[in-house]
Write a protein that binds this ligand. Structure first.
Ligand code: ZN
Ligand code: ZN
Length: 338
């Protein structure tokens, strides 16, 4: 075989099925035979042309699980036949100032998988070894795929909290990120409050491990958290800044709101809510490759699993629409074998 099929996109939403030449991986890179690739909201960067040169086609997809089938020159620790994942951050450079300080997520020379370089809507993908994530045996490839971006995003936000086991942690938004956030938070030993609009998701939230459910349309969700004793942390996943604004007042003293849902509108914060109670509003950006590996191992051990809609990969344009519609329950995953 000398070519492989890939679904590339150019400009805005111009998908096309194409044949790419199968080449040897570059030095320091591996080639993967892709098994599954998740469809994530950040795919908008590629699909809607929100990148430097939207006329140049790129293959979207940054929740890639596959098997290494070739290694480039200089690769020592990764081998043909290993099952690995690649997430949004496509591998740090190891040489910039941030890397030299060990801050790999802020590397200034790190490709964004499926945006700056080709991603996983394809039969094969290439990746820097510094971006590779080992997939534990106890986790299926289709389950691992969404954990590589949605999973690590919520896991990192929760792992970096300085909150006592048993303290109240709220997950705002029970969707692609939030349904994983509730499971991770419960498994990490917190008392979990799920916050969503309406009562429709209350039962599901409990099944995922939530101890409390807050309907943000019924009452001010910040006040509701206050009534529950105040949250040590809120992980905000909804793509709406205004929906996050009232939550700051629901934080306990020294509480932290960690924003992981990208929104077009800003969050507004009353300054006294930050000062009195010394509260914090911060963001979290996925995690490094080894942290992603930790997240997968934790998920495998503690039964954290995404709820997936698995579809044949050539249906990616429709899968993307499905993800964008907000109707998917909860992650859409492309099956490259189908
Ligand atoms: Zn770097
Ligand atoms: Zn993503």
């Amino acid at each position: 075989m000398t070519t492989y099929r890939a679904l590339q996109v150019a400009n805005s939403r111009q998908f096309s099925l194409t044949d790419r030449e199968l080449t040897a991986p570059e030095p320091g890179h591996v080639r993967l035979k892709v098994e599954y690739c998740g469809v994530c909201h950040s795919d908008v960067l590629a699909v809607e042309g929100l990148r430097d040169d939207p006329t140049a086609p790129v293959v979207p997809g940054h929740e890639i699980v596959g098997v290494i089938d070739a290694v480039g020159e200089g690769v020592r620790a990764w081998h043909v036949g290993e099952r690995v994942g690649v997430g949004f951050l496509g591998g740090h450079c190891g040489e910039c100032d941030f890397c030299r300080r060990g801050d790999f997520v802020n590397c200034t020379d790190q490709p964004r998988t499926g945006t700056d370089v080709d991603g996983g809507y394809a039969e094969y993908a290439y990746a820097r070894t510094s971006g590779l994530v080992r997939v534990p045996a106890g986790l299926s490839s289709s389950d691992a795929a969404p954990l590589l971006c949605a999973g690590i995003t919520t896991y990192s936000a929760l792992r970096d909290l300085n909150a006592r086991p048993g303290s109240l942690v709220a997950i705002q938004g029970i969707g692609g990120l939030g349904h994983l956030g509730v499971q991770y938070a419960k498994a990490l030993g917190y008392r979990v409050a799920a916050i969503a609009r309406g009562t429709e998701k209350a039962e599901l939230a409990r099944q995922l491990g939530a101890d409390e459910y807050v309907d943000s349309t019924a009452a001010d969700p910040g006040q509701a958290l206050e009534k529950l004793g105040g949250a040590a942390a809120v992980v905000a996943t909804a793509a709406s800044g205004s929906s996050m604004s009232p939550l700051v007042a629901g934080l306990a003293p020294r509480g932290k709101m960690v924003v992981v849902g990208a929104a077009l509108d800003p969050i507004s914060v009353a300054t006294p809510d930050l000062i009195f109670g010394t509260r914090t509003v911060t963001g979290s950006l996925t995690g490094s490759a080894i942290e992603n590996e930790d997240s997968l191992a934790f998920a495998a051990a503690r039964d954290v699993r995404p709820m997936n809609e698995v579809v044949p990969w050539t249906d990616a344009p429709q899968a993307y629409e499905r993800m964008m519609s907000g109707k998917a329950r909860f992650r859409v995953v492309l099956d490259l074998a189908a």
